[in-house]
Design a protein around this ligand. Structure first.
Ligand SMILES: CC(=O)NCC[C@H](N)C(=O)O
Length: 171
């Protein structure tokens, strides 16, 4: 899928490959707000979870990334782990485009809910998910998922679950 951006440089949305692992790790690190997981974890996601992950590529650079999976105990839900958008792409709808590309995948067929956790200070991510729910004319319920005290060192905010759905499929 090609997306025209304000700069008219095509942004291509595609499944990640293991060769994208380090670029994704750098993109997540450079956001300055996401938890930077091990480089290994991004290689693992690209290898085993590529059906429910998506990257945005522009001029050979990874400028956007969403990792997700369908929890084994709740296959009707797509759990979105991380959404990362490069500084250069902020404000042009790339995050929402990545989510919409993902939810349209065959691997997400019959998904009824999308869930993600967002920290209280991450207002842009909160706006992204609330806007996504609005675009699908469905609900967005917020509840506590991981209280701050569950994280070591006392430096991590709580994580709130944004549960979007149900998605109304055309029968
Ligand atoms: C949707 C999203 O990016 N959530 C982030 C969860 C967590 N703080 C992380 O960075 O993995």
């Amino acid at each position: 899928m090609n997306l025209e951006t304000g700069l008219m440089n095509k942004v291509v949305l595609r499944q990640p490959q293991v060769a994208d692992g380090t670029s994704i790790w750098r993109l997540v690190r450079d956001t300055g707000v996401l938890d930077v997981n091990s480089p290994y974890s991004y290689l693992m996601l690209c290898k085993f979870f590529s059906d429910t992950c998506v990257v945005a590529e522009q001029d050979g650079q990874i400028v956007g990334y969403v990792s997700a999976f369908r929890p084994p105990a709740d296959q009707q839900t797509l759990f979105v782990w991380q959404v990362a958008v490069a500084e250069s792409q902020r404000g042009n709808g790339l995050g929402k485009a990545l989510l919409k590309a993902l939810i349209r995948r065959e691997a997400c067929k019959n998904v009824c809910y999308l869930e993600a956790t967002v920290s209280p200070s991450n207002l842009s991510s909160q706006a992204l998910f609330r806007g996504f729910a609005r675009d699908f004319s469905t609900d967005c319920e917020v509840s506590e998922c991981f209280p701050a005290h569950l994280f070591p060192g006392g430096t991590h905010e709580s994580e709130m679950t944004f549960r979007i759905g149900p998605f109304h499929y055309q029968t």
